[in-house]
Write a protein that binds this ligand. Sequence first.
Ligand code: GLY
Length: 443
Amino acid sequence: MAQNLSVLIVGSGAREHAISNSYEKSTQVEKIIVAPGNDFACYKRKKEVIIDKNCSLKDPQSILRIAEEYKPDLVDVAQDDALAKGTVDLLQENKFQVFGPTRNVARIEWDKKWSREFMERQGIVQPEFRYFDNENSAKQYVEEIYEKDLGKLLYVKATGLCSGKGALKSVNLEQAIKNIKCMKNFPDGAGELFLVEEGLTGEEFSYYAISDGKSHYLFKSAQDNKTIFNFDKGDQTGGMGAVCPEMATKNLVSEIEEQMISKAIKGMAMEGVPYKGILYLGGIIDKGKPMNIEYNARWGDPECQVVLPSIKTDYVDIIRACLKEKLKEIEIHQDNKTRVCVVGASRGYPKDYSQAKVKRIFGIEKAMNLEGVTILGAGINIEDGKFYANGGRLFSVVGEGDDILEAKQKAYSAIAGINVEGNNLHYRTDIGWRDVERFLKEG
Ligand code: GLY
């Protein structure tokens, strides 16, 4: 790959903004295109960053047209729908250099039934599950479960992609039946086939590995906060905040890497679909044991916003080594900072937030100039230099520090200065609370 590279990043959120920051830091990159991106991702950048909204993440041909227009040296497909639709395959067929798993490989995310069966074949620890394609047999199954165990925690999960909102929790029969009925409401038939899974309780964690199909490198851990309200209450969202590193798995890293990362990567290779790209493990510590909740085929959002900035090695060198299947030959360094990300969302998200649309966002400019703070755009439109809300999750505020307290203080003092007209900004105020408590306890 030559120097003065141009890189096309496929995706639209704060995750893709964070990825663009990593490429921007590379001395080898001159120009970045984010498609479809968001207005804030190209605001006041050090290098040339172009946003091209003329595409759909569910339409690989539209991404190909963008690639043909800009002729990037490298394409990084970062978003789940685009991966599931085979964007990587199409771009590769058209001779582009692409980072990201092909459709067959990304199946580990977009087909949750296949993924669970894969884990079963590979002996990866996971909750008990059954899958169904009709409401009646699923109802009968949950009736049997609640007859034996009244308060059982169960998840009904769409097998297809649902922007992180496809897993519905129940602790009684009535809720379980309601959740089963909801499966038919997911777009694109994502819930036509669905799983009923034993619910696990404990602390959740996320790990990310880059894999070239033969070897991998494990990045620092993170913890997402998926529900809309504090105390892990309310509806599931795409993610309302994250910390990196999280402390809950401090003594479990080797076990997690061996049992869930290496096993998956070896297993995919054995099954003829070598894993090339970012492998995302979502796990939970249930009764002291790490268990698999799911695999995804990309960086998580908002975890990416806190994990990626810790990578000190030139990101292009890492991606290049991965594409050449020479990951083993590169040394990857990460810093020792702690990062906390708080997601700013439109009030009402993930339900109806239409009242917040096109409302002004104030305070962004000041927040982005604070030391140790990075603002990453998601649902932000910019017109005549003014910022407007355009979506559910609007932006991510990332604070970095030498410890969790400093990182959290930075993130929250920055977001405290941001407002969405008409009191339309919502964010959680408890991101990082578990690690703050651990940190303070340990003294
Ligand atoms: N952090 C949740 C997700 O990216 O799916």
